[in-house]
Design a protein around this ligand. Structure first.
Ligand SMILES: NC(=O)c1ccc[n+]([C@@H]2O[C@H](COP(=O)([O-])OP(=O)(O)OC[C@H]3O[C@@H](n4cnc5c(N)ncnc54)[C@H](O)[C@@H]3O)[C@@H](O)[C@H]2O)c1
Length: 267
């Protein structure tokens, strides 16, 4: 079958990607650069952001790399000012920087709860607000948030992670409703199992890859590149009438509960 290439309309656009130094964020940066976008790679770890930028340069792309702690308003303001000074106002923001800190709710310290929400929830809000200002002023902008299927299917003993992802789902929806009339779209994608530095320790344990893949109707663990096409779509003007949407990219994992039931004689 011949597939015609779709023009994504991202060429020449400036996109800021948080957590762009690793895993899904890095893959998003490279995919955007491959579409001709200019990418501002923001990460807590500046060296990893620089590595992503080197990857962008290696495929002939352009961008810049900056340290940014999304949980710290001053840091986000400083990174935003640096991006604007060097490249202009980003038209698109991909909120991706996140962490997973495990813990059971019975004895999770409130500091651990707050620290995780500061990154995974407040960080998304701060970046949306600070990078969104110029979008609202110009009446033109796009927000894409990286959520998780754990917004819907809880990770037991996963600390505040699932709560943070459920909350950013509503944040995305609220932004869509409040900012849609002002020309700014907001959508969220929910990855399932993806092999990245965040999750690699689990896959290093015997049987985990096979056991998890068996639960996925597509029968494999996702790679960061599996997530990028959904982000490109939502970042692109080809999705201009998509606003307030949730796009699940999980190989069907979240829809597979019934096949896990004990088999009866008729099933
Ligand atoms: N890996 C998975 O299976 C999976 C599944 C669903 C959703 N996600 C989500 O995808 C996103 C990316 O995760 P990943 O798996 O690529 O993880 P990763 O650990 O490979 O990358 C996360 C990046 O975010 C950066 N970061 C962490 N805290 C930051 C902060 N305060 N400010 C700025 N940058 C910060 C890290 O330095 C790192 O470069 C996260 O939001 C995560 O919750 C991942």
């Amino acid at each position: 079958m011949t597939v015609s290439p779709m023009t994504m309309g991202l060429s020449g656009r400036l996109v800021a990607v948080t957590g762009g130094g690793s895993g899904i964020g890095r893959a998003i940066c490279l995919a955007l650069a491959n579409e001709g976008a200019q990418v501002a790679v923001l990460d807590l770890d500046e060296a990893s952001a620089q590595e992503t930028l080197a990857g962008i340069a290696a495929i002939g792309g352009a961008g810049l790399a900056l340290r940014c702690d999304v949980s710290d308003a001053e840091s986000v303001e400083a990174a935003h000012a640096a991006v604007v000074g060097e490249a202009g106002h980003p038209e698109i923001l991909v909120n991706n920087a996140g962490q997973l800190q495990r813990g059971g709710l019975a004895d999770l310290p409130v500091q651990a709860w707050n620290d995780l929400l500061d990154i995974n929830l407040t960080g998304y809000f701060l970046c949306s607000q600070i990078f969104g200002r110029a979008m609202l002023d110009t009446g033109h902008g796009t927000l894409v948030h990286v959520g998780s299927i754990s917004a819907k299917e809880v990770i037991p003993l996963g600390g505040a992670y699932s709560v943070s992802k459920a909350a950013v789902t509503m944040l995305s929806t609220q932004l869509a409703v409040e900012w849609g009339p002002r020309g700014v779209r907001s959508n969220i994608i929910h990855p399932g199992f993806v092999r990245t530095p965040l999750s690699q320790a689990a896959y290093d344990q015997p049987g985990i890859t096979e056991g998890r893949a068996a639960l996925v109707p597509s029968k494999r663990i996702g790679e960061p590149e599996d997530i990028t096409s959904a982000v490109l779509y939502l970042a692109s003007p080809v999705s201009s009438y998509v606003n307030g949407a949730e796009l699940i990219v999980d190989g069907g994992l979240g829809r597979n509960l019934m096949s896990q039931l004990p088999k009866t004689r008729t099933s």
